[in-house]
Write a protein that binds this ligand. Structure first.
Ligand code: G6P
Length: 614
């Protein structure tokens, strides 16, 4: 939530900051702003409501000189989206400017106390309170910026990644983090800041991921210093990042979402590479080697996640229960963390997260660890907080996902959960050796089958305009396809703003069937599996009420076309891997409907890719 960029060095800061903001727009685009110390020593702050392009337009006739600056793209929490509430925020004297990602929970108390001392405020944000507190402490106690930040951070409750500049000291940026991500890039006589490494990788691959409670003193001409809030120097852990630019650019597609949908066969090959042997019949996960006993002895698995990752977790539940015979609970991380759940030391908690920064999932991990459970992460973003706070885990390795609506991360997560379930099932001998080998072999064939499924793109593009009128849609599925119905509905809601519900097909008759009429598109995932005949009955129930059915079916199907208005044909695979294939037409459907409606597919309103607030 909110993107942070910073630069200090010998180059012009402005173009670096703007380019960085564009990379981070997925984190929020309610407003954008920059603060730069100009060549003549002024601290200029420019901000605009909306996307980064509005900011560049606003800056077109402004002084954007200077080699030090900080910039921010906002996802509003406190205060409506507006230029007034946009970051950076000045201190009262206008000597300091701050950017912030997170929430200062006790900002109202601090604000009241500062107001009583004569401090004035220009915005409704929690962030402005922090910079005004820092300045108040500097003046009142005659402290340096660094010392004042340390004192101020002791007084605030909440989550933050911040960067502050002081125009009286243009060779320094002070940055700090607690629960919100922050990365420092180290170049030749220059430093960069980013909420993730994407704004940095054009310039350097040397980065330091700040840990919770760390403050970074970024000073030109000096070594980077990292210390705790108490001032204790921390060892500098410099990492090399390995993301290439092609991975985060659109590569000829109109939108990141479409590119990411089409990348999935390649992504899943990367996800399986080195984990499934060349013969294609055995899975090895290093986490299974290093933590074999903890995983094999699991009496129960608890999956915690949010959004799309939670849907992947629901598929994981069916995989672990049916293949490994381990009971599984799937929890919304946001509920789990506040519910006082029963957690046993022999529980394995699997935290699933694309970004690895979701605040609720991180809090759920902390709770599980305190209760003594073994915590396993399934994450995409390398070096993010979740892989650092779990005992072990598996990266999904699908590359940076930029489109706000998650696509390739979902199929990557399901692939990793499938590999883990197969590994556990094989070791626990809960499936016969032959079945294990056949299943692994089938998993390796999924990328090829996804290529086939992607050929439905043109058909779906042609169908999409039919659905743009809809106010509501229903998605139905059973078994492994029920979580997929939820995911298909979520994709449509997120980017086309059409209300959609996912339902277990047989539950429809207990309520949603009342909604069905000829105005209501119903998408049914009706691939051939154990429940196929029953799904056909469910389709007939819809048709009998005048509902319009679009069905996803397995190639060779001759029955469903008799009842469905539209049929999308997919390659056959094992029931448990069907969601990997069937997710493709559902993603494409949501994409093309949103495009037909003229919506901003990659940056849907009110959403953010990485939700670092609770
Ligand atoms: C946000 C995103 C969703 C994502 C969810 C969980 O709501 O818009 O696409 O599924 O967060 O994010 P995570 O990074 O933890 O998977």
């Amino acid at each position: 939530m909110c993107g942070i960029v910073g630069y200090i060095g010998t180059k012009r800061a402005y173009p670096i900051l703007i380019k960085g903001l564009k990379r981070l727009e997925y984190r929020g685009y309610d407003s954008a702003g920059v603060a730069m110390i100009s060549d003549s020593g002024d601290l200029n702050v420019y901000k605009a409501k909306g996307k980064v392009d509005n900011l560049t337009e606003y800056c077109s006739d402004k002084d954007v000189s200077g080699c030090v600056g900080i910039a921010h793209t906002r996802w509003a929490t406190h205060g409506e989206p507006s230029a007034r509430n946009a970051h950076p925020h000045y201190s009262q004297s206008r000597n300091l400017a701050i950017i912030h990602n997170g929430i200062i929970e006790n900002y109202a108390d601090i604000k009241t106390k500062l107001q009583a001392q004569g401090v004035e405020f220009k915005s409704d944000t929690d962030t402005e309170v922090l910079v005004r507190l820092v300045e108040y402490i500097m003046e009142k106690k005659n402290l340096s910026l660094l010392e004042a930040v340390q004192v101020a951070l002791h007084q605030v409750i909440g989550a933050y990644a911040i960067a502050i500049v002081d125009k009286r000291d243009p060779r320094q940026i002070i940055a700090a983090r607690k629960q919100s991500p922050l990365v420092v890039g180290i170049g030749e006589n220059e430093f960069f800041l980013g909420s993730d490494a994407s704004p940095i990788i054009d310039y350097t691959d040397k980065v330091v991921y700040l840990e919770d409670g760390n403050i970074a003193v970024i000073r030109l001409g000096a070594e980077l210093r990292v210390m705790s809030i108490l001032g204790e120097e921390q060892e500098l852990k410099v990492k090399t990042v390995d993301i290439n630019l092609g991975q985060i650019e659109k590569g000829g597609y109109e939108h990141f979402m479409l590119k990411e949908i089409f990348e999935q066969p390649e992504c899943l090959k990367n996800c399986m590479r080195g984990r499934i042997n060349v013969e294609g019949d055995h899975v090895t996960l290093s986490a299974m080697i290093d933590y074999r006993q903890q995983l094999l002895n699991a009496k129960r698995i608890i999956i915690v996640a949010c959004g799309t990752s939670w849907h992947a977790g629901l598929i994981g539940k069916q995989l672990f229960e049916s293949l490994c015979r381990i009971p599984v609970e799937v929890e919304y991380a946001s509920e789990f963390r506040y519910r006082d759940p029963v957690i046993y030391p022999d529980d394995v908690v699997i935290a699933i997260s694309q970004s690895g920064e979701t605040a609720d999932t991180l809090a759920a991990i902390e709770l599980a660890r305190k209760a003594g459970a073994f915590v396993f992460g399934v994450c995409n973003a390398i070096g993010a907080s979740i892989p650092r706070q779990t005992q072990t885990g598996v990266y999904i390795h699908v590359g940076p996902e930029i489109g706000v609506a998650s696509t390739k991360a979902f199929t990557g997560q399901v692939t990793v959960l499938s590999m883990l379930a197969l590994c556990l099932a094989n070791e626990r001998r809960t499936i016969p050796g032959e079945q294990y080998k056949e299943m692994v072999a089938e998993l390796t064939r999924i990328p090829e089958k996804m290529e086939e499924a992607l050929k439905t793109n043109e058909q779906i593009e042609r169908l999409a305009p039919i659905f743009t009128y809809a106010k509501n849609c229903l998605y139905l599925g059973r078994g492994y396809n029920y979580p997929l119905a939820l995911e298909g509905a979520l994709k449509l809601k997120e980017i086309s703003y059409i209300h959609a519900e996912g339902y277990p097909a047989a539950e429809m008759k207990h309520g949603p069937i009342a909604l069905i009429d000829s105005e209501m598109p119903v998408f049914v995932i009706a691939t051939r599996d154990r429940l196929y005949e029953k799904v056909i009955s469910n389709i007939q129930e819809v048709r009998a009420r005048g509902g319009r059915v679009t069905a996803l079916v397995t190639e060779g199907d001759t029955q469903i076309c008799k009842f469905a208005d539209h049929v999308i044909t997919l390659p056959d695979t094992l029931e448990c891997f069907q969601p990997l294939i069937a997710s493709i037409p559902l993603q494409l459907l949501a994409y093309h409907i949103a495009v037909c409606k003229g919506k901003d597919v990659d940056r849907p309103r009110n959403l953010a890719k990485s939700v670092t607030v609770e």
